[in-house]
Design a protein around this ligand. Structure first.
Ligand code: GAL
Length: 728
């Protein structure tokens, strides 16, 4: 079922996430002019990337071409439109199992004469280039992949030959090679991303000037693929070594390779211009507050983003030249008007991780704060001294941690009556019932909404008879996936939302999403996806947010808060370091300690600490030799002991587990429980009570205790107790 109030805000987010990179001679917007639209994706518009994050059944979605044709101020050339409609009939894109597996040249070839004739009839041209990647499919460094294909380049060359004013729109979820912009002197370029079901209309809002672009890049666009530190070694099958450490994205480029940047992190143009002035600041203990006045100095309404970066003293540790510390987007400002905004951050949140001491520290020395439109333009607005180094945390030595986790379980729960009730309830369950409880079943369990990813909790007759409801979890970050064919809304993909830099907007969008999820009697939405864009090649970048952990974490937190407004639990994923799709079930992400804490776990930490995260999905890959699904350091020491998370952790679907140095297996669920990854997703429907994994054997030989099972049962049931299925 579709809730009718989500379309409007979805369209607004799709427009506000578009990033205008170039716009010479006012090529855009197109107002009361004739335009020819080239490229197949004007019709075959890619609403999302592929895989679980894009498998939403939509209906009545306008294509960009239809939306342009419906736009009064845009006169679309009918001949070219008819030509493309004809060509696409003859050469449709045959999308196999929702994955575009090969990277053959899908763009359609057209005659020079057609372009030349169109140029005589019209004022401007638009070229839409599309690229769809997704789960299981990283981009490849060849034409039709990261590089534009032969036909795409040929089309851009043809249009540039006959048009002075034309814009290239990129309908994709990954950053692509952009060397063609200067090579063919393309006057206007805009990333319109995968805008979801309303993306076609949003692109017309942008092209017609109804909405001025206000998106800002959430990733650095480098001169070439080899300039990204992650490219070297990206394709190694078994393990990916994060040798760049913390120097990923703009942390690398602004510090070590500023000449290798085509478009910097946080960059984006509008149809208007703004003046940002810092009008004051205040330092109150650890809270740094800065005040700005943002004035619209152009001639149309628009929104601006003020970004705050910090430069830290290299006293104990080395640091990137800039780190994003805070940001704020204005509301719509009319020409000549201005808006005052204040932005603050806690210096503790910019602490660094000292591997020697296994602790977070705030170093002594001079800190400088920069503010501006992007990481490159930001100007110094404040500097302050920290007299004495502060050590913020002391990692509990493993023994203490272990006692913490046992203590956490064995001691009486100093919490509400409800939880004691759960503890007593668990004590009554048999070992077999406990073993059943730590499995989810799916996909398409008949116990919950049809076509969804999993049912868990009361999924055996005995557990159900004891009053445990069957809870429902469904994909994905951009809308409800129901393989029954049931329709749902498809909202813009993660990277588009991140490029809005608009936290309140994303929270509102996910509140609307939460309403639709509740309407469909679903309790958990398997999203947001929030792994970092370590490489522009990762197939799932479309459903993730950014190269930066702060932008990522704050976006994910906004989504979780929004969903929770309707009692829906957003399952943040994939914890942790799923930054590549190749060999995703078995590849080992080998990450230095400091980068693990400061970069790849930081986004999850921000979400857990700043929003009501009640459920987390671990990733398929290994992290430093242990599968994330059976990694006590991740799901007990850090997630629970250090961050204080008390909800439920699930595996990814059919994930593998292992213990140090042992073979990976989907049956090693004792290792999963011992790590406090509470529930295995999924076993075939009806099999939770009889699944032949190693739980019962491990109970017998002592490799697993009942206490550990009860601990996970407690995490699962105390979470289910907060879900809407309890109303059943
Ligand atoms: C996996 C995917 C997860 C989740 C799951 C359920 O393949 O990695 O993000 O969507 O499927 O469908």
């Amino acid at each position: 079922m579709i809730s009718d109030s989500i379309a409007k805000i979805s369209r607004e987010a799709a427009a506000d996430g578009a990033v205008l990179l170039k716009n010479e001679n006012n090529t855009l917007p197109i107002i009361n002019e004739r335009v020819a639209v080239f490229g197949r994706y004007q019709i075959d518009y890619l609403k999302s990337g592929s895989g679980s994050g894009g498998s939403v059944n939509t209906e009545n979605c306008m294509t960009p071409l239809e939306a342009f044709e419906a736009e009064p101020g845009i006169e679309v050339d009918r001949e070219i439109a008819a030509m493309y409609r004809e060509l696409i009939k003859k050469r449709p894109i045959r999308i196999h199992n929702a994955f575009l597996s090969d990277f053959k040249d899908l763009e359609l070839e057209i005659e020079n004469a057609a372009v030349k004739a169109a140029a005589a009839r019209t004022d401007k041209a638009i070229v839409i280039i599309g690229r769809r990647l997704g789960e299981g499919f990283d981009n490849v460094p060849k034409p039709g992949g990261y590089y534009l294909s032969k036909n795409e380049l040929r089309l851009i060359r043809q249009v540039s030959r006959y048009y002075k004013k034309f814009a290239v729109l990129l309908n994709c979820g990954n950053i692509l090679d952009m060397s063609w912009v200067n090579k063919y002197k393309v006057p206007a370029v805009m990333y319109i991303w995968h805008g979801g079901g309303e993306g076609g209309k949003a692109s017309a809002d942008l092209i017609s000037g109804k909405v001025a672009p206000s998106g800002r890049l959430s990733d650095t666009i480098a001169v070439s693929l080899k300039d990204y530190p992650s490219t070297d070694g990206f394709f190694k099958k078994k393990s990916v070594v994060y040798k760049e450490g913390i120097y990923t994205g703009y942390r690398h480029f602004e510090t070590n390779a500023s000449d290798k940047v085509l478009y910097p992190f946080g960059y984006g143009l509008s149809y208007t211009s703004f003046d940002i002035s810092c009008t004051g600041y205040n330092i109150n203990k650890n809270i740094i507050s800065l005040y700005f006045n943002v004035r619209n100095t152009g001639n149309c309404s628009g929104k601006e983003v003020v970004e705050l970066y910090i430069n830290k003293p290299d006293t104990a540790l080395d640091h990137p030249l800039r780190e994003l510390a805070a940001f704020r987007k204005t509301r719509l400002i009319n020409p000549g008007e201005s808006e005052s905004i204040d932005i603050s951050f806690n210096i503790k949140d910019t602490a660094s991780y000292d591997e020697e001491r296994s602790a977070w520290i705030i170093e002594s020395g001079k800190y400088i704060v920069y503010a501006g439109k992007n990481v490159r333009d930001a100007k110094e607005v404040l500097s302050f001294e920290v007299q004495k180094e502060k050590q913020l945390s002391k990692k509990l030595p493993p023994a203490a941690l272990q006692s913490f986790t046992n203590k956490h379980y064995n001691e009486d729960f100093p919490t509400a009556v409800k939880n004691d009730h759960i503890k007593e309830f668990i004590a009554e369950l048999t070992d077999n019932e406990l073993c059943a409880l730590v499995h989810g079943e799916g996909m398409n369990s008949r116990r919950v909404t049809s076509g969804t990813a999993a049912a868990f909790g009361g999924i055996t007759r005995r557990l159900s008879k004891k009053g445990i409801p069957a809870a429902c979890a469904s994909d994905g970050p951009s809308g409800i996936r129901m393989d029954s064919g049931e329709k749902a809304s498809l909202i813009p993909c993660g990277v588009c939302l991140a490029c809005t830099w608009d936290i309140p907007l994303i929270e509102q969008l996910y509140a609307e999403e939460g309403k639709e999820v509740a309407l469909n009697k679903i309790d958990m939405l398997l999203g947001p996806g929030m792994n970092l864009h370590r490489s522009p090649l990762c197939g799932r970048n479309f459903e993730y947010f950014s190269e930066d952990p702060y932008l990522t974490g704050t976006m994910a937190a906004a989504a979780v808060r929004g969903l929770m407004e309707h009692g829906i639990v957003g399952v943040i994923k994939h914890f942790a370091a799923n930054n590549r799709e190749k060999n995703r079930f078995d590849a080992d992400s080998v990450i230095p300690e400091r980068a693990l804490h400061e970069i790849y776990l930081k986004s999850f930490e921000i979400a857990v600490k700043s929003s009501p995260v009640k459920a987390i999905m671990t990733s398929y890959n290994l992290v430093n030799g242990l599968h994330a699904a059976s990694n006590p350091k991740l799901t007990t020491d850090i997630l629970r002991a250090e961050w204080g998370f008390s909800g439920m952790v699930m595996t990814d679907w059919w994930a593998k587990c292992n213990s140090r140095g042992a073979r990976s297996s989907r049956m090693k669920l004792a290792e999963m429980i011992n790590a406090q990854n509470d529930i295995y997703m999924v076993v075939p429907n009806g099999m939770a009570g009889v699944w032949q994994d190693n739980l019962k054997k491990s109970l017998k030989n002592g490799k697993l205790t009942r206490a550990a099972l009860e601990r996970s049962a407690y995490n699962i049931l105390s979470t289910i107790a907060q879900l809407r299925c309890m109303d059943k």
